[in-house]
Write a protein that binds this ligand. Structure first.
Ligand SMILES: [Zn+2]
Length: 302
């Protein structure tokens, strides 16, 4: 089985940069983890891949990128978090909702997401405050919405392609891929024209990944007239970084009073990570230990 990968590089004498992803396996893993319907697989899969790509472009290993698509359709919220090297996790509020196919036979991602809505991108770069950008959804098909976000909120004109190809019968993910192309500062118009000349061939990326090809030869064909220079290679994955310690901190932060009530009324707690479904059990003794910490920390005392 071929592994997922992300490739970074430059085009047209370094006038533009690109980041491309083969996310076939990570979309399969997300589908399995959350029992995603076909339309949810397409929607969350596209967002997971873009989040992974944005995270892969971050400079520091501790940087994280969260993306939230909050439309008005049955999906509810779609939430993804990417971290170093393109590792990504995510969930949909309503993962099992299925919609009828569109008239052209395609999955109705726009209907699942629903307009109007917002795309929020939160970049946590380890500074005092995270950088939060937001734009209105313009299509609900996700790639166009990210392109609009980059242009409107980050002043970074971009081409975004995201594709998840599934078997019509059972939703098996045959291939999933994405591509981001961004102009560097002072990019000459002539370079943008050259890229636009190949733009309509970009969807061949998804088709060829679904046929089992690997990313690099596909990109070399696609960029054959653009002097592509490959600079970086990473292995993205659908992976959760939750831990018992993280959930302990969450329990401590609900406040001393609530924690005392929880111990008194239930004597135990089970917390489930919404990103991966893993359940963590806390018995009375461990809750009482957390209560001491909540007291000692002082931060949650009233
Ligand atoms: Zn988790």
């Amino acid at each position: 089985m071929k592994r997922d990968e992300i490739l970074h590089g430059m085009l047209c004498d370094r006038a533009l940069r690109f980041a491309a992803i083969d996310g076939t396996q990570l979309v399969r893993d997300a589908q399995k983890t959350h029992s995603l319907s076909r339309v949810a697989t397409a929607a969350l899969g596209r967002q997971l891949m873009m989040t992974s790509v944005i995270a892969s472009l971050c400079k520091n290993t501790t940087d994280t990128v969260s993306t939230v698509i909050a439309g008005s359709g049955p999906a509810g919220n779609l939430v993804c978090v990417g971290r170093n090297g393109g590792l990504v996790k995510g969930y949909a509020s309503n993962p099992g909702t299925e919609l009828p196919l569109r008239e052209d036979g395609k999955l109705d991602v726009r209907g699942y997401v629903g307009l109007p809505g917002k795309l929020t991108v939160i970049r946590d770069l380890g500074l005092k405050e995270p950088y939060v950008g937001m734009s209105n959804l313009i299509s609900g098909e996700i790639a166009e919405d990210f392109a609009q976000y980059f242009t409107a909120s980050e002043q970074q004109p971009s081409i975004v392609y995201l594709g998840v190809r599934e078997n019509a019968a059972d939703g098996y993910v045959k291939g999933a891929g994405g591509l981001l192309i961004q102009a560097m500062p002072n990019c000459p118009d002539e370079a943008i024209d050259r890229v636009m000349d190949v733009a309509e061939q970009i969807p061949s990326l998804g088709v060829r990944l679904a046929e089992g090809e690997t990313l690099e030869p596909i990109l070399k064909d696609l960029f054959s007239t653009l002097d592509a220079d490959f600079t970086n290679r990473m292995t993205p994955a659908f992976s959760c970084d939750c831990s018992r310690e993280r959930l302990e901190r969450a329990l401590i932060s609900i406040g001393r009073k609530e924690l005392e009530e929880l111990i008194e009324q239930d004597g135990k707690a089970e917390l489930t990570c919404q990103f991966c479904g893993k359940a963590y059990q806390f018995d009375r003794a461990s809750l009482e230990a957390l209560l001491i910490e909540a007291t000692d920390n002082g931060g949650t005392d009233e």
